[in-house]
Design a binder for this molecule. Sequence first.
Ligand SMILES: C[S@@+](CC[C@H](N)C(=O)[O-])C[C@H]1O[C@@H](n2cnc3c(N)ncnc32)[C@H](O)[C@@H]1O
Length: 393
Amino acid sequence: MSIPGLQIDSAFRKPKASTQQGAVYLAKSPGETFRSARGMARAWAESLEESRRMEKVRAFMTKVIAEYAAGIDWASSTRAPVEFTGRNLDFSASALALTVAKSAVPLDAITASYWLSVTYTAMLPDSIRSSLGAYYTPPALSARLLDLATEAGTDWRTCRVLDPACGGGAFLGPAALRMAAGLKGQSAQAILSSIEQRLRGFEIDPFAAWLSQTFLEVALAESIATAGRPLSNLVSVCDALQQEPRGDAFDLVIGNPPYRRVGLSASIRERYKRGLYGRANLYGVFTELALRWTAPGGIIAYVTPTSFLAGEYFKSLRSLLAGEAPPVAVDFIEARKGVFENVLQETMLATYRRNWLTGKTTVHHVTVSLACNGLLRRRGQGFFGGIFPDAGG
Ligand SMILES: C[S@@+](CC[C@H](N)C(=O)[O-])C[C@H]1O[C@@H](n2cnc3c(N)ncnc32)[C@H](O)[C@@H]1O
């Protein structure tokens, strides 16, 4: 899939001007009106009484989505569940919701989904946001990770795909579009049925799960309209750590799992013990979870902090990955501040393949420009035989 345009400077090993290719993953940024309306929405949320904040925020966002749906002429089949719409908004909050919605209308479906979903997370109380790890992936990074998954061998015509912590659907919508593109020429009905059989999301926050499903429908609006039927629900509200695969394996497990140190119950610790050593971080547990859900030969594609590449607490996880799903490709993201809003982390995108034995990892360094939100510039390719040196991977 060609995305306008990824900048690849093949300078990492052999700097040769003639081999330089230009390409940049460029996500359209919303205009100033959107940015300031979003800032005002956050300020409004912060002014709310703590006990009523979550329900008001959700009522605000359902209003935003309803207005956005009207703005793009999309007859939504997924009505907001009544528990999200129960609160009445006053006149100024309703007007603000309308401004947010209207300024997202000119954006493409994937960009609009991102900006609307991060409007929701920006309005969450900080404590809830960080306990959920609700820092959604910008479109340029999700496009890049989906490309890495393609390069690692994902066949969008047939693959089964799971995002076990799907948030606002940063990966589900783009994955659905790639599946649809792979089925070009088939009827809308056949395309929808195929996607329904092959795409799944888990999400613990019921409102985010509803957003994910809604944005999936926006991405597939054309096929849904042509087929004349709604999309069935592909997102389960659940604690992914409690789910058991029961023979339900996926060819691609993709996502940006939540990050934070966490105390685990004895049963969860027992279930994920192969990748645990000492203090657990949720993203490590979600990496082992991905191994459990990925079919033999299948691919894991994750956005994670780089911290697990070194450090005592991740040594079991490194050995597990080296033995069962070595990394195929890694992009180190060089600009860390502002890649994910309010998060200061060294971040990487990586693909791993289950039961892959060749063990040579392609490595890129990727610069994210903050001036143009979501722009990725890829430079330098190299191969590392042992990205997990202590595990021999
Ligand atoms: C870093 S965000 C990423 C969301 C989305 N995949 C993206 O890339 O934008 C992590 C998500 O994990 C969800 N989450 C946290 N704990 C979870 C759990 N135990 N089971 C399922 N989802 C969980 C959070 O609510 C949040 O939406």
